[in-house]
Design a binder for this molecule. Structure first.
Ligand SMILES: Nc1ncnc2c1ncn2[C@@H]1O[C@H](COP(=O)(O)OP(=O)(O)OP(=O)(O)O)[C@@H](O)[C@H]1O
Ligand SMILES: [Mg+2]
Length: 252
């Protein structure tokens, strides 16, 4: 295995923002094949902006993103998806009035081989999420929050990505459902997927992740193995004053 294979994603000096407003500043990190890489930090730290820049939704003002050795900086989101990186945005973004089956089909909307692979991929997603198989004709809006998150992940898996970017999959879910979603993310790893996970549930995210980084005011405050990060004072600093709800709140 070459160093490039091992470093599936290499982000270097990445900066971006909205219009003239810079948000992330010279971010560097690498993610290895098969890793779960956690990106944590308080509200407004730039986590979503970082994911959007990696997935091509935002153009960087400087720096580069490499995916499996290919420089994908400035590529369109569609081209990046076709190259194996799928971004599941914050808030799941499902469609009212579309069924589970229709959402899964939509996951392949611009895939060149969609007719050939649809049935087989659907079966694979249903194997992973039996609950979706039982509810193929249900509308997305009648699913529970946890089922909706499974559907969002299932839709992304229809593309058979190499890399999944997951932005706060636990948001708005009850603790027991969160456990289930985290277990699913863990299982994706055994299917060979590489995951970049943004989470407010810091303790749980770091327990699951191999490595990660702490973002604060758009800069990397700390980076390393998940176990090291969990003990790093930078983590506490990043969250001071953050209104992170629930059991993962880091108190002063
Ligand atoms: N569409 C946008 N236009 C302008 N500014 C934005 C936009 N989206 C985010 N920002 C700003 O960029 C900064 C970082 O926001 P971002 O959404 O990346 O943070 P985050 O770490 O994902 O926060 P959260 O945990 O609340 O999701 C914030 O100051 C925010 O106000
Ligand atoms: Mg966000």
């Amino acid at each position: 295995m070459t160093a490039q294979d091992e470093e599936l994603i290499a982000v270097s000096g990445l900066s971006s923002g909205y219009g003239a407003v810079p948000v992330i500043h010279s971010v560097d990190f690498t993610v290895r094949t098969g890793e779960i890489f956690a990106v944590v930090g308080g509200n407004g730290a730039g986590k979503t902006t970082l994911l959007s820049t990696v997935s091509g939704l935002l153009r960087p003002t400087s720096g580069s993103v490499r995916l499996a050795g290919t420089d994908i900086t400035g590529w369109s989101p569609e081209r990046i998806v076709a190259h194996g990186l799928v971004h599941i945005p914050e808030g799941r973004r499902l469609f009212t009035g579309l069924t589970v089956a229709e959402h899964l089909r939509l996951g392949l909307w611009n895939a060149p081989n969609r007719r050939r692979v649809e049935r087989e991929r659907t079966e694979r997603v249903v194997d992973l999420f039996p609950v979706l198989g039982e509810r193929m004709d249900a509308y997305a809006e009648v699913l529970s929050g946890g089922e909706q998150q499974m559907l969002a992940i299932g839709q992304a898996l229809m593309r058979e990505p190499r890399v999944l970017l997951l932005d706060e999959p636990s948001i708005g879910l009850a603790p027991v459902v969160i456990q289930r979603v985290f277990a699913v993310v863990d299982r994706l790893r055994t299917h060979g997927l590489t995951v970049i996970l943004v989470e407010q549930r810091v303790g749980q995210a770091l327990a699951l992740a191999d490595r990660g980084l702490v973002l604060r005011h758009g800069r990397v405050e700390a980076a390393g193995s998940a176990a090291e990060l969990a003990k790093d004072p930078a983590l506490r600093v990043a969250y001071l004053g953050a209104a992170a709800a629930g059991d993962q709140r880091i108190k002063e």
